[in-house]
Design a protein around this ligand. Structure first.
Ligand code: F6R
Length: 609
């Protein structure tokens, strides 16, 4: 996730771009840059690090010109560096991009054959060269842009300048947000409206596959086929903070709701339908050939630890390899048996968690091979690992982790499929089905999100309760732990997660009349057993809130409240169940008036022991 902004009008664009980038910095902050076209041609200034570094550089030379584009980066392809920072340029084409170009390797080869020299490691730079190539081929700028959009696979929001066309910006959107601001004698393009709210409240929200041109006085849009389209002009009534949150009340809610799109990014160029395999570029070397390890440790903290627990079920079932999952803070202070045949998987959103980093380093010093699953590119944990699989969730601002968790689980599913295939324990047909199931998840998540009103109502009903139990079996057990953690973190309600089978060994003593018990009950191999567990707690007076499969009438008869997920294979259900768990915690917190995005006593990244 990056922030992009473009301006064409009557003012000097440097001030406007910088101001916009400041408001977009929450979308990414590992490097930033801008390009301004004025009387003396184009000036491009880029810097690694936060926006402040770019501002420092600009003090030495403040570009002048009424046309410009800017970018604040969240690295996906290529580490954070000045060379990889946007804008990128090829001849007269200068552009900024947010998203992931899935077929960039293929396009890179094509461009290399045509004699283009690509300077950065990014997927973005190839788009400049492609447009330049189509201009060489004799197309007009408009034709070249349209043609290139047809060659790109993946997600993008693009804002492009041609230095031979002062006064014009080219824009396109597919899967990543792009909004146009319509001012008096000036136009803006940005990842969200917050970037231009001080200048105009008139906005046009582009739809997927839209592309077009902006000048100071006009905005023209086309669809994929090149037919002219009109998009409504909307008046923005949000204030600045709401705008950064995309109109959502909290970052947490925004992050919950963006999971369908984010998951597509996580899966992009790792799953190709009908290819019967997954592509895990980051770990290919470590996992190449015969699997040389005799055990796998997964270490992590908090929510990432719960993702690790899901990983254990996945890898053991699909690859038949032994997996031990440890909280990093425990792992580092015992004497785990580690040698050169140990594979250690460290999971961390931030990549900076002190316990996870220390445990990883300890295991590495004893000869373990380290793979990390991380969200922040080039953070300490990936740097200390032999290989990393990035989750590509974009910056997570809400302290309670949501999209980072589901993307970690998605990556673990891919890893389990890869290992399972490598071990010869699952067929290519199974992998094929799993890929199709994974690619259905974003739309299934949308389906759940559309029904979230009922969760709001349910939260009101239970918000005054002081204690909750969460039960799940098999791969759903870690989701019970995670659901309980979400609830306590943001609503401060006491909640415990248990494996449903463990209930009779103690926790059942807690149940009395009206005690809310959340039960994960999808129709998998543990379903019958979970139904019995529900009967047992109901018999003791519990109010059961179940998460079950759409169309499950039997379950509906036995529970007080039912949250539905669409039918899916067992290994995919954790991704779907997570959404009602997150929404339930969120709405409970709202009912209790707590600080959802910054709950008391917590920090987003725990960099001390
Ligand atoms: C809970 C949460 C924390 C983190 C934990 C590890 O919502 O966010 O429990 O999961 O502090 O952080 P990372 O994943 O950054 O290592």
């Amino acid at each position: 996730m990056c922030g992009i902004v473009g301006y064409v009008g009557h003012r000097n664009s440097t001030e406007i771009l910088l101001d916009g980038l400041r408001r977009l910095e929450y979308r990414g902050y590992d490097s930033a840059g801008l390009a301004v076209l004025g009387g003396r041609g184009v000036t491009i200034v880029r810097a690694q690090g936060k926006l402040k570094a770019l501002e420092e550089k600009l003090k030495q030379h403040w570009p002048q010109g009424p046309l410009g584009i800017g970018h604040t980066r969240w690295a996906t392809h290529g580490r954070p560096s000045e060379t990889n920072a946007h804008p990128h340029q090829a001849g007269p084409i200068v552009l900024v991009h947010n998203g992931i170009i899935e077929n960039y390797q293929e396009l890179r080869h094509f461009l290399a054959k045509k004699g283009h020299t690509i300077k950065s490691e990014t997927d973005t730079e190839i788009v400049c060269h492609l447009i330049q190539q189509r201009l060489y081929d004799g197309l007009s700028m408009e034709q070249a842009f349209h043609h290139v959009l047809g060659e790109l696979r993946g997600s993008y929001a693009l804002v492009v300048m041609n230095t031979n066309e002062p006064g014009r910006l080219y824009v396109a959107r597919q899967g990543s947000p792009l909004v146009i601001g319509v001012g008096k004698g000036e136009s803006f393009a940005a990842s969200d409206v917050s970037a231009f709210l001080p200048y105009t409240r008139q906005a046009i929200f582009l739809e997927d596959n839209d592309w077009g041109m902006l000048s100071a006085s006009q905005a023209v849009f086309y669809d994929r086929k090149g037919n002219r389209v009109k998009r409504p002009l909307k008046k923005i009534v949000w204030n600045q903070t709401q705008a950064e949150k995309g109109g959502f009340k909290h970052f947490m809610l925004k992050e919950i709701c963006e999971q369908p799109r984010i998951l597509m990014d996580t899966l992009a160029n790792r799953t190709v339908e009908k290819q019967k395999r997954v592509f895990l570029e980051g770990v290919a070397k470590v996992l190449k050939g015969k699997f040389p390890y005799n055990k796998i440790y997964i270490i992590a903290c908090g929510t990432s630890y719960h993702a690790g627990l899901v990983g254990k079920y996945l890898i053991e079932e699909m690859a038949r390899l032994p997996v031990m999952v440890d909280q990093a803070s425990e792992f580092r202070y015992r004497r785990p048996i580690i040698d050169r045949r140990t594979l250690l998987i460290a999971i961390s959103q931030s990549g900076e968690t002190a316990d996870t980093l220390a445990a990883l380093k300890e295991a590495k010093s004893q000869g373990a091979k380290i793979i990390s699953i991380c969200n922040v590119i080039d953070a300490s944990i990936p740097r200390a690992s032999h290989a990393t699989l990035y989750t590509r969730a974009g910056p997570e601002i809400g302290v309670a982790s949501t999209k980072a968790f589901t993307t970690q689980v998605a990556v673990l599913i891919l890893l389990a499929l890869h290992l399972g295939r490598g071990q010869g324990k699952i067929s290519s047909g199974f992998v094929d089905e799993a890929i199709s199931a994974l690619l259905r998840v974003p739309s299934q998540m949308e389906w759940i999100l559309k029904r979230s009103k009922s969760i709001e109502a349910m939260a009101k009903k239970y918000a005054k309760r002081s204690s909750f139990l969460y039960f799940g079996r098999g791969v759903n057990f870690p989701i019970a732990l995670e659901g309980a953690l979400k609830l306590k973190e943001i609503s401060y309600i006491h909640a415990e997660g248990y494996s449903a089978g463990e209930m009779k060994h103690g926790p059942i003593a807690l149940i009395d009349k009206g005690m809310p018990v959340v039960v994960l009950a999808p129709q998998d191999k543990t379903y019958e057993k979970v139904l019995s567990n529900i009967a047992e707690v109901k018999a003791r007076g519990a109010s059961v809130i179940a998460v079950g499969t759409e169309g499950d009438r039997e379950l509906a008869r036995h529970v007080d409240d039912l949250l539905l997920i669409p039918p899916a294979p067992w290994y995919v259900t954790p991704l779907l169940e997570s959404i009602p768990m997150q929404l339930l915690a969120y709405h409970m917190a709202i009912c209790r008036g707590t600080d959802v995005d910054q709950p008391r006593n917590l920090a987003k990244s725990v960099t001390v022991e």
